[in-house]
Design a protein around this ligand. Sequence first.
Ligand code: AMP
Length: 114
Amino acid sequence: MNDCLFCKIAAGEIPSTKVYEDETVLAFRDIAPQAPTHVLVIPKKHVSGWADAAGEDDATLAHMWRVAAAVAKSENIVDSGFRIVSNCGTDAQQTVKHLHLHVLGGKAMAGEMA
Ligand code: AMP
């Protein structure tokens, strides 16, 4: 998608601090981290959100969760615990309309999720 920030990051047109990359998925550090570890996992293909995902993307979307877990391992936050968050739409404060998982860890987080 032409004017999508995360599409530009996936294409290397905007720099990012990459944590993991393969053919379908990219993980990079959030520019405004909300925890000592704050990594975003995105599909390289533009998908606006979970509600817009098509069946043909199932393998990529499932793979994102495995990559998120692998990031947690490489960041050494599995034993202490981590959180995977995906904001969807206005009420959830989604600011970038390209589907992504936040992998957060390295501190004790609030018990409330909303
Ligand atoms: P959300 O608000 O759930 O849509 O998440 C979007 C995330 O993208 C926010 O946590 C932002 O800090 C992050 N972000 C915005 N621009 C960049 C960028 N250029 N590189 C890395 N992360 C970014």
